[in-house]
Design a protein around this ligand. Structure first.
Ligand SMILES: C[S@@+](CC[C@H](N)C(=O)[O-])C[C@H]1O[C@@H](n2cnc3c(N)ncnc32)[C@H](O)[C@@H]1O
Length: 282
């Protein structure tokens, strides 16, 4: 059993699925990670579409072992296309959609949302049979069918045109209570900002070199803020260069990460040690 007491982070060279089985049951509030992408040819191998659900299944079982009853799982992933042949175009794989359905039907989790990360600077694919690939999916699931998130922590600045519209019109609630139609009520903007959308827009990570598939910090940050409180434990079973750990520690959460390559564990260890030192020195 991995000992968690009195440490704010642990990194281990171990299969992430097995590692999550070694953690105490129900110890984590969030499992966030980006697995090897379907069909992506990386130094760490290829998880083919045809075997993808079988390969990721032990990780979902592991996540459900570590997650508390009010916990969340977020998987950031994108399906690469099938290879073209003499008779077929490189069709887009639907395995991510199949995984989302399996999370509900096989693992009985509840879908908070499938959020879209729109990449401002996507890597060119050179495709001529479909449009440029410019987004990834964040499968956001809850262990419990009734969940609570901290929506205020992820509010965004209002668009200036929304503020102008609010100041010019009066609204009245619809009878279903969910939205407003014009007349009778002035909307006062929330001082904490507008409600967040399920679309995240931004560049892919600018820092190259540490890892082939390094994430930008703003991705894990959103879900860590929304799903956890300071002191809660976040687990990433595919830690890579440690981006999730950096976000977790900077937000005052605890962190456990696994990777099968010592090289990545060393990179992540170095990153997280620096945060510790900065905290101590600061
Ligand atoms: C998409 S990358 C994650 C990148 C990471 N989010 C970052 O920002 O650097 C996937 C990672 O999963 C790791 N991996 C592959 N198979 C694994 C396994 N069975 N257990 C744990 N990690 C694994 C790879 O070594 C790779 O670092």
């Amino acid at each position: 059993m991995i000992e968690l007491a009195r440490k704010n982070f642990i990194l281990k060279r171990q299969d992430g699925a097995a590692g999550m089985m070694d953690l105490p049951r129900g110890c984590a509030k969030l499992v966030y990670g980006s697995p090897p992408y379907p069909n992506a040819e990386r130094d760490y191998g290829v998880w083919k579409t045809s075997e993808y659900i079988d390969r990721i299944a032990p990780f979902i079982d592991g996540a459900l072992n570590v997650l508390s009853d009010d916990g969340f799982l977020v998987i950031n992933v994108k399906a690469n296309r099938e290879k073209k042949t003499a008779k077929t175009s490189p069709k887009r794989s639907l395995v991510v959609e199949k995984l989302a359905i399996a999370l509900e039907e096989r693992w009985h989790m509840s879908c908070v949302d499938i959020e879209i990360w729109v990449k401002g600077n996507p890597v060119p694919t050179g495709l001529r049979c479909a449009c440029q690939d410019a987004y990834e999916q964040n499968l956001w699931f809850s262990v419990s069918p009734k969940w609570a998130i901290d929506i205020d922590s992820i509010r965004r600045p209002y668009e200036s045109h929304s503020l102008e519209t609010y100041s010019e019109y009066e609204y009245k609630p619809r009878s279903n209570g969910l939205s407003y139609v014009r007349k009778n009520k002035t909307i006062t903007p929330n001082p904490l900002g507008a409600l967040p959308t399920n679309i995240i827009t931004g560049g892919v990570s600018a820092k190259k070199g540490r890892h082939q598939a390094m994430q930008p910090l703003y991705l894990p940050e959103k879900y860590i803020k929304a799903c956890t409180k300071p002191g809660d434990l976040v687990v990433d079973p595919w830690v890579g260069s440690g981006t999730t750990g950096i976000a977790a520690l900077e937000l005052g959460r605890r962190f456990v990460g696994f990777d099968i390559f010592q090289e990545f564990i060393d990179i992540a260890q170095n990153q997280l040690e620096q945060i510790k030192e900065e905290d101590v020195n600061g």
